[in-house]
Design a binder for this molecule. Structure first.
Ligand code: NDP
Length: 256
C-alpha cells in the first residue's frame, strides 16, 4: 500500500465527486486523492472509468469507493452521500461536477430538454448539497464546490438552459454561503472555459473552437488537471476566506 500524502492540503478529508468516472470529474477525484483525501466517486454510465479512477486513487495512497448515481434522481444522490458517510465516517468536501451540455437553438428547445438540463446541471447540486449539509453542520466545517462555466456568466446562443443552470449554481453557492458560512460551511464555484474532455472537445475540434482559442488572452484551452487544481484549492483550508466566490480558470476568457 503506497503512503498517502500526509502533508497534502486535503489530508484527513473525505471528498465526494459526482460524474467522477471520466473527464473533469476523473481529474478532480485524482487531484483530491493526490492531495491526501479519501474519495467517493459517483458515476452514471462510466462504471469501468470510475473503477479505474478508484484504482488510481488507491495507488496514490487514498481510500476510494465507487457508487452508481444518476444525479437527477434525488434518492440516488442521497444514497451516494449516505454510502460515503457510512464508509468514511463523513463527507468534508462535495464536488458537484456531473453535467451535460446539449446544443439546441433556443426556439427549438423543448420543455423536456430544458428540464433535463436544469435537473442535471442545477437541481442535482441542490439535492447533493442538502444531502451533505447536515453532516457538515454537525461537524462545523465543510466545503461545497460546484462546477459552473464561463457561459453561466456571459450567456451563450444554443445553450440557454445550460448557461441558466450554471448561473444558478453561482447563486446557489452564494446563498448556501450566506445561510451557513457562520456555521463553518463554504460554497464556491469553479467556472472553466473550454477544457480538454469529451465535452470540451466537441468545441475544440471545430472551426469555431480554433477561432475562440486564438481570441483567448492565454492563447490555449485548459486541461482538466489545471481546473482540478482550482477545485482542490477551494476544498482546502488554503481558501478559508473564499466563500460564495467563482474562480475562473478559463484562460482569460472571462475577466470579471
Ligand atoms: P464530460 O461530458 O466529459 O463528462 C460528463 C460527466 O458528467 C460524466 O462523468 C458523466 O457521467 C456525468 N453525468 C452526466 N449526466 C449525469 C447524470 N444524470 N448523473 C450522473 N452523472 C452524469 O464533461 P466534462 O468532464 O467536461 O464536464 C464536467 C463538468 O464541467 C460539467 O458540469 C460541465 O458542464 C463543466 N464544464 C466543462 C467544460 C468543458 O469544456 N469540458 C467547460 C465548462 C464547464 P457518466 O459518464 O458516468 O454517465
Amino acid at each position: 500500500m503506497p503512503d498517502r500524502n500526509e502533508s497534502g492540503p486535503l489530508h484527513g478529508r473525505v471528498v465526494a465527486v459526482t460524474g467522477g468516472g471520466r473527464g473533469l470529474g476523473r481529474s478532480i477525484a485524482l487531484a483530491a486523492a493526490a492531495a491526501g483525501a479519501d474519495v467517493a466517486i459517483a458515476y452514471r454510465e462510466s462504471e469501468a472509468g470510475a473503477k479505474s479512477v478508484a484504482d488510481e486513487a488507491r495507488s496514490l495512497g487514498a481510500e476510494a469507493d465507487v457508487h452508481r448515481c444518476d444525479v437527477t434522481d434525488r434518492d440516488q444522490v442521497f444514497a451516494f452521500v449516505a454510502a460515503a458517510e457510512q464508509r468514511f465516517g463523513r463527507v468534508d468536501g462535495l464536488v458537484n461536477n456531473a453535467g451535460i451540455m446539449p446544443e439546441t437553438p433556443f426556439l427549438e428547445t423543448t420543455p423536456q430538454e430544458w428540464d433535463r438540463v436544469i435537473a442535471t446541471d442545477l437541481t442535482a447540486a441542490f439535492h447533493a448539497s442538502q444531502a451533505v449539509l447536515p453532516g457538515m453542520l454537525e461537524r462545523g466545517s465543510g466545503s461545497i464546490v460546484s462546477i459552473a462555466s464561463r457561459l453561466g456568466q456571459v450567456g451563450w446562443p444554443g445553450v440557454a438552459h445550460y448557461a441558466s443552470a450554471k448561473a444558478g449554481l453561482i447563486a446557489l453557492a452564494k446563498s448556501i454561503s450566506r445561510e451557513f458560512g457562520q456555521r463553518g460551511v463554504r460554497a464556491n464555484c469553479v467556472a472553466p472555459g473550454v477544457t480538454n474532455t469529451d465535452m470540451g472537445r466537441t468545441v475544440m475540434e471545430g472551426e469555431v473552437g480554433r477561432k475562440r482559442m486564438a481570441e483567448l488572452p492565454l492563447g490555449r484551452f485548459g486541461e482538466p488537471e489545471e481546473v482540478a487544481d482550482c477545485v482542490v484549492f477551494l476544498l482546502s483550508d488554503a481558501s478559508a476566506l473564499l466563500i460564495g466566490q467563482t474562480l475562473n480558470p478559463n484562460s482569460g476568457g472571462l475577466m470579471p
